[in-house]
Design a binder for this molecule. Structure first.
Ligand code: C2E
Ligand code: CA
Ligand code: CA
Length: 404
């Protein structure tokens, strides 16, 4: 296989199995492949060498050691995705996948031991489709670069961190009047980097608020230009639940909206489900104030966390974004169809909208329509675009997804 800009770490205590697995990744063309015997060595290596794209990890039949390893590696936030070598039952696999989602690591799939080239090739393709092909050219040097706090601050101050825009669209008509703002780093030497390459560091350095306000400023300017061109749109921003506790959030937000003469009702804030597990009084107060101002509130990545009905009823949300994994395998997975149907029923009872994430193919759109879904987001309509491209896209499509 040709060169793949992918960094892989194999965690396997059995020397021969470790050798086989690392060799399979090397033969597949992965740029950087390392093997270690246990979690301590893995953590030490990650600390020395920085983020990896994929960790392959074994879950044994007995004992909790494998789970502890998965959790410890995920919590470093240096691991982008995981492949798990396991022969446990399906329901246990589903639960583990959910746990990884909560820990912010994307799950690529399970493989059997010994690891085989064909199985790995499928998962590498999946990885490339969801990350590299996702408008994120992977740069070798960039992957090795751990931005310092000063470098990130400098990047935010100089607007190297950009607002990109991806439409939410009506599954029936293809029309779109709302875009999600997604962060990208236009790194001078390396090209466009995805959030996975810098968001964790921004969080560690306490720069999430500065990042948000920089993206807000750019996005409001975009909204104003779009309006001048005849497109009245609304925008959705991602916020971490912790940011809602910051006292200066609302005054700064209101000041920016006033400067651009944009009403708060044209904004929605997406907060990930897992961040809502513990809501402090301060966070709840901000959620209520945002709603009272007229802004929308959306539960992001719904279905992979632990939201309960009680939680949903307590919090003033207006929208559920159903995680992309439920739009996969619609034909064959009765479990996914059941999750979608029950989410629609729940949302209807609570008077909330549902947006299904990860709509990539026409067959998914058809399947979702059959289940009664109205709104989606995904590559079928458009990938995240820079402001300039988004404005051109809006003009070309007359705010309707061309494929539909
Ligand atoms: P998210 O909020 O769930 O955003 C959706 C992610 O799925 C985006 O990844 C988007 O590019 C990707 N995506 C959209 N359509 C499809 C599709 O059809 N197929 C597939 N495979 N993927 C699709 P991205 O831009 O890499 O962002 C990853 C996550 O980073 C976001 O997940 C969000 O949680 C976080 N994020 C991005 N920008 C910001 C930000 O400004 N602030 C905060 N707090 N989080 C952000
Ligand atoms: Ca989101
Ligand atoms: Ca999401």
């Amino acid at each position: 296989m040709s060169f793949l800009p992918i960094r892989v770490l194999v965690v396997e205590e059995h020397p021969f199995k470790q050798l086989v697995a690392t060799q399979v990744f090397k033969d597949s063309g992965c740029e950087w492949v390392m093997g270690v015997a246990d979690v301590a060595a893995a953590l030490e290596l990650l600390d020395r060498t920085g983020p990896v794209d994929i960790v392959l990890c074994t879950l044994k039949e007995e004992g909790l050691q494998g789970l502890t390893t998965l959790e410890a590696l995920s919590r470093t936030r240096w691991v982008r995705s995981m492949i798990i070598c396991s022969s446990h039952a399906q329901d246990l696999h589903d639960a583990i996948e959910r746990m990884l989602g909560l820990l912010g690591v994307s799950f690529l799939g399970y493989v059997d031991a010994p690891v085989r080239a064909a199985a790995i090739a499928v998962l590498l393709t999946r990885y490339l489709e969801t990350t590299v092909a996702n408008g994120h050219p992977v740069s070798r040097q960039a992957r090795h670069t751990r931005a310092s706090k000063a470098r990130l601050e400098h990047a935010i101050a100089r607007d190297e961190l950009k607002s990109f825009f991806q439409p939410k669209f009506n599954l029936m008509t293809g029309k779109s009047d709302s875009l999600e703002v997604l962060a990208r780093w236009e790194y001078p030497q390396f090209g466009v980097l995805p959030p996975a390459d810098f968001l964790a560091q921004a969080g560690r350095f306490g720069l999430m608020d500065e990042l948000f306000f920089s993206l807000l400023e750019q996005a409001l300017a975009f909204l104003q230009t779009a309006q001048e061109q005849g497109h009245v749109l609304s925008l959705a921003f991602n916020l971490e639940a912790g940011q809602l506790a910051c006292k200066s959030l609302l005054p700064r937000l209101c000041a920016a909206l006033e400067r651009y003469a944009i009403p708060p009702s044209r904004l929605t804030f997406e907060i990930t489900e897992s961040g809502l597990l513990e809501v402090s009084p301060g966070v709840l107060q901000t959620l209520i104030r945002l709603r009272m101002m007229g802004a929308g509130l959306s539960i992001d990545d719904f279905g992979i966390g632990y939201s309960s009905l009680e939680r949903l009823c307590q919090l003033p949300f207006t929208e559920i974004k159903l995680d992309a994994r439920f739009a996969r395998d619609l034909e064959t997975s009765s479990r996914n169809r059941a999750v979608i149907s029950s989410t629609l029923a729940l949302a209807q009872a609570l008077d909330m909208a549902v947006v299904v994430e990860g709509v990539e193919h026409e067959s998914q759109r058809q399947g979702l329509l059959k289940l009664g879904c109205e709104l989606g987001q995904g590559y079928l309509c458009a990938r995240p675009m820079s402001a300039t491209r988004a404005l051109a896209w809006l003009g070309m499509k007359s705010v309707s997804c061309g494929t539909l």
